[in-house]
Design a protein around this ligand. Structure first.
Ligand SMILES: Cc1cc2nc3c(=O)[nH]c(=O)nc-3n(C[C@H](O)[C@H](O)[C@H](O)COP(=O)(O)OP(=O)(O)OC[C@H]3O[C@@H](n4cnc5c(N)ncnc54)[C@H](O)[C@@H]3O)c2cc1C
Length: 495
């Protein structure tokens, strides 16, 4: 094998697809019975429950995600519907006002100006910067360079600092801050550049899967194997083998050994450290990785509702609360989707730090006991109460599932159940950029921890991982091929 990839989430599989397309012999290893990681949905009572793909951005014709998927050869197999046509993508509800997020930069600028006429100056500055980032994103230049291009100090400061400097009103601040939450960051932690990347990707276009997350996982697995890649499921990687000064392969839980000169870890970096022999990574480097803070845990619930009284909504809802200083303190993300004949599925996601579930940390999914289930149900009741303020009476709704940070921890091996991996906060920017360099010769990171979380961020990271594996010079013609094959040169995708 040329490369052994650990983890079959969208990060591992897309890295595998790109490498296989470039004629590398690749194997992907997955600990779970089925591939897909967070992109795979699960079923409860015959209903499909999404996990890590509620919506995604930049999938329109000629836009970055679609172009990368085009190169990988998966676009045509993905059934997705565009959100926001003739209405909002997201509805933000605060205690005293509401804002509808439209598709398109011009529409967004107009909506901000209408909602916050006193903020014309900061809005102009912000929209100007968002356009710079949108053009950068659309040019795919993130694929060809090892680091995020330096656009000025403001882009690397926390969003809250930047918005304060611009003298934004509290309401404008609140509306803008929500995009940071999509990556598990508060406005105080989120660097402006990550915020702008996330926000512009959804402004370019926002999409939902028409089918199931599991279908998406199958599309990626099928494409990988069709290109000659091998996929091994139900067998965790337990050890990265080192011989002399080089990587020699991976040992699996079954005892099987897969030999290869490169290991791509599309799993959490802390998990990678545990697989390496003592002393393989320089102590300073190992300490740095171990000290990285993760994104805060989530609690999610799925409730089945009568579709007549609660029909599916074509947009998401974020109900947010603010603190005394006017910054966002907490909130709930809702999606109300068609589920089955006559039924809608209400999904509710809110923050829930791992510490809240620590007393069950030594238990495993399905065997955590009655107290844990009771705690979960009491939280769902609390969420339902809040949801009724938005959706009206939910009497008759049937709770079909709820999950905690422990569920995510066990499902994808994410330390403390961190949903979006390590926190890409302004204060951790330097430390996280260290992940661009292999912790040991022949080991490469991929997945949401390499560059950025989310479907777009993770797939961008896969191309980055391939660039690192091949080296800049060998990757240059690949980058040219991506540009040639997937779009017109210089197309901005601007809306
Ligand atoms: C609740 C939630 C909602 C989200 N919603 C969205 C959204 O709407 N839009 C969006 O763009 N992003 C969303 N995200 C983020 C997005 O899902 C992730 O950024 C992305 O799926 C991460 O992919 P990955 O491949 O890096 O990791 P994962 O999907 O976690 O894949 C890692 C894989 O490695 C496997 N693994 C771990 N350890 C081992 C081992 N030792 N041996 C073998 N295999 C191993 C795991 O089982 C897993 O399959 C959401 C995330 C969560 C948690």
């Amino acid at each position: 094998m040329d490369a052994v990839i650990i983890g079959s989430g969208i990060g591992g599989l897309s890295t595998g697809i790109i490498l296989a397309r470039l004629n590398h012999r690749v194997v992907v290893i997955e600990k779970n019975l089925l591939p897909g990681g967070l992109m795979r949905s699960y079923r409860r009572e015959g209903i499909d429950c999404p996990v890590g793909v509620h919506y995604f951005g930049a999938f329109g014709q000629g836009q970055p995600l679609r172009r990368m998927f085009d190169f990988m050869g998966v676009t045509d197999a993905i059934a997705a519907e565009r959100m926001g046509r003739g209405g909002p993508i997201d509805r933000y509800i605060f205690d005293d006002f509401r804002f509808d997020l439209p598709e398109g930069m011009d529409a967004f600028a107009e909506a901000l100006e209408t909602a916050f006429p006193e903020d014309r100056k900061p809005i102009a500055a912000i929209i100007g910067n968002l356009r710079v980032v949108a053009d950068l994103q659309s040019s795919l230049s993130f694929l060809s360079s090892p680091a995020i291009p330096f656009l000025g100090m403001d882009f690397f400061s926390p969003l809250a600092v930047y918005l304060t400097k611009l003298n934004c009103s509290n309401r404008l601040r609140n509306v803008l801050s929500i995009a940071a939450r999509w990556m598990g960051l508060s406005e105080h932690d989120c660097p402006v550049i990550y915020h702008h990347l996330a926000l512009t990707s959804y402004l370019l276009s926002a999409w939902r899967l028409q089918g199931r997350g599991s279908d998406l996982a199958e599309v990626f697995s099928a494409r990988f194997t069709a290109l000659g890649g091998s996929l091994i499921c139900n067998d965790a990687a337990t050890e990265i083998l080192i011989e002399g000064q080089a990587v020699a392969g991976v040992r699996l839980a079954s005892g099987r050994v897969l030999r290869g000169p490169r290991v791509v870890a599309a799993v959490h970096p802390k998990v990678v450290l545990d697989m390496l022999p003592e002393g393989a990574v320089q102590p300073r480097k190992a300490r740095r990785i171990r000290s990285l803070a993760g994104t805060e845990g989530l609690f999610a619930a799925h409730v089945l509702l009568d579709a007549q009284t609660h029909p599916a909504l074509p947009y998401n809802i974020c109900r947010m609360h603010t603190d005394q200083e006017g910054w966002i303190s907490d909130g709930v993300f809702y999606q109300l989707r068609a589920a089955s004949e006559g039924k809608s599925l209400l999904m509710m996601i809110t923050r829930s730090p791992f510490a809240e579930w620590r007393r069950w940390q030594d238990t495993f999914t399905g065997r955590r006991g009655a107290e844990y289930n009771k705690e979960k149900m009491s939280r769902v009741d609390g969420l339902l109460g809040k949801a009724e303020e938005i959706f009206g009476s939910l009497a008759g709704g049937k709770i079909i599932d709820a999950y905690t940070p422990l569920t995510l921890r066990d499902w994808v091996n994410s330390p403390d159940g961190s949903p979006y991996g390590i926190m890409r906060s302004a204060s951790q920017l330097a430390a996280t950029s260290a992940l661009h360099r292999a912790p040991f010769n022949g080991i490469f990171f991929a997945g949401q921890n390499l560059l950025a979380p989310g479907i777009l961020g993770t797939v961008l990271g896969s191309f980055q991982a391939v660039r690192q594996i091949m080296g800049n010079d060998n990757f240059a013609p690949v980058f040219e091929a991506i540009l040639q094959e997937t779009g017109t040169r210089g197309r901005t995708g601007r809306t």
